[in-house]
Design a binder for this molecule. Structure first.
Ligand SMILES: C[S@@+](CC[C@H](N)C(=O)[O-])C[C@H]1O[C@@H](n2cnc3c(N)ncnc32)[C@H](O)[C@@H]1O
Length: 257
């Protein structure tokens, strides 16, 4: 399976602005609330942020007790790390690939990764690397796209484009929409709330696939959550709220070394 070449640098500045202004509904109303519900106490913990982008997630981690001196972020995008360093000069940010972490074994108490691991064709490699750099009993919290949403198939029905996952009702029907169990690359065009088009490719796999890979990397899986939109979204976009409270957009795992 080939690795993905997304132009992360091109969108780094725009992504940073959108995050700061709350203009990324999936982060504000869906994914970050899910991560918040699973974060442990980070007081006196040495923390690694994997695929940290422009570093805004460090604000969230600090509300759980992490401190600037204890936080390190790594991202493959030069531009994102440049922006992160400017915005958070008191924290450590480095350019690097999460598939081959440039850290000594047993270095961190906690590894956090928000919507980054699904850009890798080899999550098993990342899980082994995270296991290696965690201290004994260290925790790993990460989120990725949920297949129910992202492995679905686009279909035009009644003049509307739908994302469908399902199959023929009757035994003699042979229609299957979507690929829940196949780990493969999907390409999406995102318009967010503006007209600014961002084309992104990422890999989508089933929860059971991630469970299996985590266990093969020797992790003990402690918790698993499928995202639901928070009520606050109702005041901004009712359709967004309804859709994302019924269909999970993301999922998150908490695992222990
Ligand atoms: C959707 S952004 C998420 C950023 C941040 N975690 C957040 O939630 O705001 C995904 C990030 O993963 C980074 N990324 C993709 N592949 C990577 C890799 N192999 N190693 C490190 N970072 C990677 C991208 O550069 C991008 O900044």
């Amino acid at each position: 399976m080939e690795n993905i070449i997304n132009d992360y640098d091109k969108f780094a500045e725009k992504r940073q602005q959108d995050l700061i202004n709350g203009m990324k509904p999936s982060h504000r109303f869906v994914e970050k609330p899910m991560m918040k519900s699973m974060l442990p106490n980070l007081k006196n913990k040495k923390v690694l942020m994997l695929g940290c982008g422009t570093g805004e997630e460090s604000d969230l981690l600090e509300t759980f007790g992490a401190t600037s001196e204890q936080l390190t972020g790594i991202d493959i995008s030069n531009k994102s790390i440049e922006l992160a360093k400017k915005a958070y000069p008191d924290k450590e940010f480095i350019v690097g690939d999460m598939n081959e972490l440039p850290f000594e074994s047993n270095s961190f108490d906690f590894v956090y990764s928000s919507l980054a691991i699904h850009y890798s064709a080899t999550p098993e490699k990342i899980y082994k690397e995270v296991y290696r750099v965690l201290k004994p009993n260290g925790l790993f919290l990460f989120s990725v796209g949920h297949p129910l949403r992202w492995a679905s198939e686009e279909k035009n029905i009644d003049d509307e484009t739908l994302r469908i996952i399902g199959c023929s009702k009757n035994d003699d029907g042979n229609k299957v929409y979507g690929k829940y169990h196949t780990f493969e690359k999907h390409v999406f065009t995102s318009f967010a709330w503006q007209n600014d088009k961002e084309v992104l490719a990422f890999y989508v796999g089933s929860p059971s696939m991630h469970f299996k890979l985590l266990r093969e990397a020797n992790f003990q899986v402690l918790d698993f959550t499928e995202s639901r939109c928070i009520e606050e979204a109702k005041t901004v976009d009712m359709n967004y709220y309804i859709k994302n409270s019924e269909i999970p957009q993301f999922m998150a795992f908490l695992a222990k070394k």
